[in-house]
Design a protein around this ligand. Structure first.
Ligand SMILES: Cc1ncc(COP(=O)(O)O)c(C=O)c1O
Length: 414
């Protein structure tokens, strides 16, 4: 199946029929067109020994037990979203969490728990989302992080390294990291050390529509599902696509720590996937147009957007099928970034991204405020940088709003 078909159909047909049969016992009365939301926190049983068998499967990180037993162990609605996302990423499995940060937390814990001993060292490349930077830098989960540039990942790997963590395109500078090149460095470091280290890619900005890190050699693909996967700013979630074996580890951590995605969130995210290809491509069209106009605007010093080729197929560093719909830009010095934001009438000043409506914010002030100021500056997140998440409004309306705000502040500052 092609990606648009997978997005619309994955983890739907069969489960809808199964739930219909279970509920009404016959096909005659009609089959619900959409999967039912299962809100149960606990599941009744007839036989103690068979529910104990199900419990064993789930405690070991399995997910296909006949009885879900308890919602912290398994939820069918969340499982449908996980299955669909795994299919879109070309992964064997996926595990969903309460938020992107809950997913990152589980990832850091799972990576550190090797049978051969604790591996709490992480190699990571800046910039990453401010919350992820903070989680690793503070060491609050026992993580010790070495920040390197993307060419030096292999050299930084040690015998106690449990994870390499990169974000591409990166929030908020839109830097693109060559995933396959990082995977190659890890492989040769693994040959040197006699142990393999998993590569995790935060692919939130790209979505599975524009980039599939597993096909490029990554082991784990993380999404803040709060962003494009949901797409409407009304659901928080996180998800990690990975191998079946790694999913077992992640489920065990999720069960122990409880960072669960609520079934209603699972339902909304599964529904969000159906329109993901259309939203991502249409939002991208708007973003390309705005990035080109901003490049030429007299009030704008620089625009940060993954490089792309015009035409049918769009390639970015050979790994993306398009640049996406988040861009950043800097206004000329003397024009405070906050002033631009405050002059906008249509575009919403707000953190978050990937929604159908266009959002703008200054990362140094908000999403990356928690990152040490020196580290932030070194990562290219200047005070005058504005991040724009482009939505589905008409591009002329978006441009009229941006243009008037930029013109007003530049006239005022002269
Ligand atoms: C790239 C990226 N990863 C992870 C996160 C964290 O996700 P959440 O806010 O869903 O916890 C964010 C949030 O902005 C993000 O932008």
């Amino acid at each position: 199946m092609r990606i648009e078909t997978t997005a619309v159909r994955a983890a739907r047909g069969e489960s809808a029929i199964t739930s219909a049969l279970l509920q009404i016992g016959s096909l005659e009365t009609g089959i619900p067109h959409v999967p039912q939301i299962d809100m149960s926190t606990t599941y009744g049983f007839h036989s103690s020994s068979s529910v104990a068998d199900s419990m064993d499967v789930l405690l070991e990180g399995g997910h296909d037990a006949p009885n879900p037993v308890y919602a912290r162990l398994h939820n069918p609605t969340v499982a449908r979203f996980e299955d669909a996302l795994a299919q879109l990423e070309g992964a064997e499995a996926a595990v969903a969490f309460a938020s992107g940060m809950a997913a990152t937390t589980a990832l850091l814990i799972a990576a550190s728990l090797e049978k051969s001993g604790h591996r709490k060292h992480v190699v990571a490349v800046r910039p990453v989302y401010g919350g992820s930077d903070h989680l690793m830098s503070t060491g609050m989960l026992g993580t010790e992080v070495t920040w390197v540039d993307s060419e030096s990942v292999g050299e930084a790997i040690r015998s106690d390294t449990g994870l390499v963590f990169i974000e591409t395109p990166a929030n908020p500078t839109l830097e693109v990291i060559d995933i396959a090149a990082v995977a190659r460095q890890i492989k040769s470091a693994g040959n040197r050390m006699g142990a393999s280290v998993p590569l995790a890619v935060d692919s939130t900005f790209a979505t599975p529509i524009l980039q599939n890190p597993i096909a490029l050699g990554a082991d784990l693909v993380l999404h803040s599902a709060t962003k494009f996967l949901g797409g409407h700013g009304d659901v928080m979630g996180g998800v990690i696509a990975c191998s079946k074996d790694y999913a077992v580890r992640l489920r065990q951590v999720r069960m122990a720590t409880g960072g669960l995605l609520h079934p209603l969130g699972g339902y909304l995210l599964h529904r969000g996937l159906q329109t993901l290809p259309v939203r991502v491509l249409e939002q991208q069209k708007n973003a390309i147009e705005l990035s080109e106009r901003l490049e030429l605007h007299s009030s704008v010093r620089s625009v940060y957007f993954p490089k792309y080729d015009r035409g049918g197929d769009v390639h970015v560093a050979g790994q993306m099928r398009g640049p996406g719909s988040v861009l950043s830009f800097c206004v000329h010095s003397g024009i405070p970034a906050a002033d631009v934001v405050e002059r906008l009438g249509l575009i919403t000043p707000a953190v978050s991204l990937g929604s159908v409506d266009t959002l703008i914010q200054a990362p140094a002030l908000l999403t990356h405020r928690i990152v040490d100021a020196v580290d932030r500056k070194e990562a290219g997140i200047s005070e005058d940088l504005l991040r724009l998440s482009v939505g589905l409004e008409n591009v002329e309306d978006l441009w009229a709003d941006l243009d008037q705000a930029l013109k007003t502040v530049s006239t005022r500052s002269c």
